[in-house]
Design a protein around this ligand. Structure first.
Ligand SMILES: *Cc1c(COP(=O)(O)O)cnc(C)c1O
Length: 407
C-alpha cells in the first residue's frame, strides 16, 4: 500500500496569491466595469532585449540544419556560458572557474533543490519575511515540526524589522543552513558589506552553509553594496550562490538560472570539492541540462552589447520603483526598499494590518498589491509593491493612489 510523504500535510495552505486573486475577483464582480491596476506582481513585463532575441534566433537556426543540430548537452549547462558567468564574478574580485558554475532552469528550482545536499537533521535559518520556497522545501524535506502561529517549529527565524533596517544579524544560536535573499524579496532591503561579513564570519565559525539568493543583484547600482557573496573574503568556503536571468533579462518564461558551488566549499563532513561533486551528481541524475536555445539567448545577454541592453531593462524598472516611492512619500506614507531592488516595502498607515490595507487600497484606488503578512509574521503591518509593469500602467496606478487613497 503506497503511503504519501506526510510532510506535505504540514504545509500551510498556499494562501497568499490565491487569496489575492479571490478578493480581487470578488471586487471586480461587485463593481461592474471597474478596471483594477496591479502593483503586486513579481513577474517581468518588458520584451526581451535585441541581443537576447538574436541569440535565440541563431540557436533555432542551428537546430534546423543537420550540420549544426545538437541534442543533449552537459547536465551542468554549456561550458561557454559557465565560463562567461565565472568571468563576470572575476570582475568583482571573486576567483571562480566554470567547474563551479551550474546552469539550471531557474533559481527557484535551485533554491528548492539545494537542501537535498544536506543532512535531514540540519537546523535551518530563514529571514522573516521570506520567499516561501526556502521554508516549504524544508517542510517537505522533513526538517520542521508543525506550523504554529505562522511559524514552523524547529526553524530559526530572523525577524527583518524597521529597527534593523530589514537586514537581521546572524542568529544567536547554532544553525547549519542559512537562506539569505539579497536584494530581498519582499522587503527590497540590501545588506552592506559589513552586514554580510557578519554572516560569513558566523558561517565559518559554525561550519554552516549560506544559500545566497542573488536573483535581484542586477538592481544594485550603489557601488558600495556587494552584488555577490563572493565579494567577501572567505565566502567561497561557506556559501552557495543562486542567481537567474529572470529579473534582469526577462527570462521568467524562458527559464534559466545558475548555482555556484565553489570547490573551496566545506561542511562538517565534507572536504573541499565534495559538495561541488555532489551537486554535479545531483544535477546529472535529476536533470538533463537546460534548453540549448535558452542558453544561447543567455550567452548573448553577457556580451558587452547584451549587458548594456540588460542594464537598460533594469533601469526601466528602477524608474518605476522611483515613481512609486515618490508618490507614496509625497502623500506621507513610510516606504522602504526600491533603491537597489524592484520591490518597495510600505508601512501600512495608522498601523492597520496588511490584509485590511489590501482591501482599502483595492476599494479606494483599484490598485492591487501584496500583503506583507503573506511572507511571514514580521511582514504584518507592511505591504509589498512591485516595480515590474509598463511605465504607463505604473503611472496610472500611482495617480489613482495619489487622488483616491483616504489617509
Ligand atoms: C524571482 C525570484 C527568483 C528567480 O526565480 P527563477 O526560477 O529563476 O525565475 C529567485 N529567488 C527569488 C527570491 C525570486 O523572487
Amino acid at each position: 500500500m503506497a503511503r504519501i510523504n506526510a510532510n506535505y500535510n504540514k504545509l500551510a495552505a498556499g494562501y497568499l496569491f490565491p487569496e489575492i486573486a479571490r478578493r480581487t475577483a470578488e471586487f471586480v464582480n461587485a463593481n461592474d466595469g471597474v478596471e483594477v491596476m496591479r502593483l503586486g506582481i513579481g513577474d517581468t513585463t518588458e520584451p526581451l532585449t535585441q541581443a537576447v532575441l538574436e541569440g535565440l534566433h541563431g540557436s533555432v537556426d542551428e537546430l534546423s540544419s543537420p550540420d549544426t543540430y545538437s541534442g543533449y548537452g552537459d547536465g551542468e549547462g554549456k561550458e561557454s556560458l559557465r565560463k562567461a558567468l565565472a568571468d563576470r564574478y572575476g570582475e568583482r574580485g571573486a576567483q571562480l572557474d566554470e567547474t563551479e558554475v551550474f546552469i539550471s532552469d531557474g533559481a527557484k528550482s535551485d533554491s528548492a533543490n539545494i537542501q537535498s545536499l544536506f543532512s535531514n537533521d540540519a537546523v535551518i535559518c530563514v529571514q522573516d519575511p521570506a520567499y516561501p520556497v526556502y521554508v516549504d522545501t524544508n517542510v517537505i524535506g522533513g526538517r520542521t515540526g508543525d506550523a504554529v502561529d505562522g511559524q514552523y517549529e524547529g526553524l530559526v527565524y530572523l525577524p527583518c524589522t524597521e529597527a534593523n533596517g530589514f537586514v537581521p544579524e546572524p542568529p544567536s544560536e547554532h544553525v547549519d543552513l542559512i537562506y539569505l535573499c539579497n536584494p530581498n524579496n519582499p522587503t527590497g532591503a540590501v545588506a552592506t558589506k559589513s552586514q554580510l561579513e557578519a554572516f560569513v564570519t558566523y558561517a565559518r565559525e559554525h561550519k554552516a552553509v549560506i544559500f545566497f539568493d542573488a536573483a535581484y543583484s542586477a538592481y544594485i547600482t550603489d557601488p558600495e553594496l556587494p552584488k555577490s557573496i563572493y565579494e567577501l573574503e572567505g565566502a567561497e568556503t561557506c556559501a552557495i550562490e543562486l542567481n537567474s536571468f529572470s529579473k534582469d533579462n526577462g527570462f521568467t518564461g524562458l527559464r534559466l538560472g545558475w548555482a555556484v558551488v565553489p570547490q573551496a566549499l566545506v561542511a562538517e563532513d565534507a572536504e573541499q570539492g565534495k559538495l561541488n561533486t555532489m551537486w554535479r551528481r545531483r544535477q546529472n541524475t535529476f536533470f538533463n541540462g537546460p534548453a540549448n536555445i535558452v542558453q544561447d539567448g543567455a550567452l548573448a545577454s553577457l556580451t558587452p552589447e547584451g549587458r548594456r541592453q540588460s542594464d537598460e531593462m533594469v533601469a526601466y524598472y528602477k524608474v518605476n520603483a522611483k515613481t512609486i516611492r515618490d508618490c507614496l512619500e509625497s502623500i506621507g506614507l513610510t516606504v522602504y526598499g526600491g533603491s537597489n531592488a524592484p520591490y518597495l516595502w510600505m508601512k501600512t498607515p495608522d498601523g492597520i494590518d496588511s490584509w485590511s490595507f489590501f482591501d482599502k487600497l483595492l476599494s479606494e484606488t483599484h490598485v492591487v498589491g501584496t500583503p506583507g503578512s503573506g511572507f511571514g509574521p514580521s511582514g504584518e503591518g507592511f505591504f509589498r509593491l512591485s516595480a515590474f509593469g509598463h511605465e504607463e500602467d505604473i503611472a496610472r496606478a500611482v495617480q489613482s493612489i495619489r487622488d483616491n487613497l483616504k489617509l
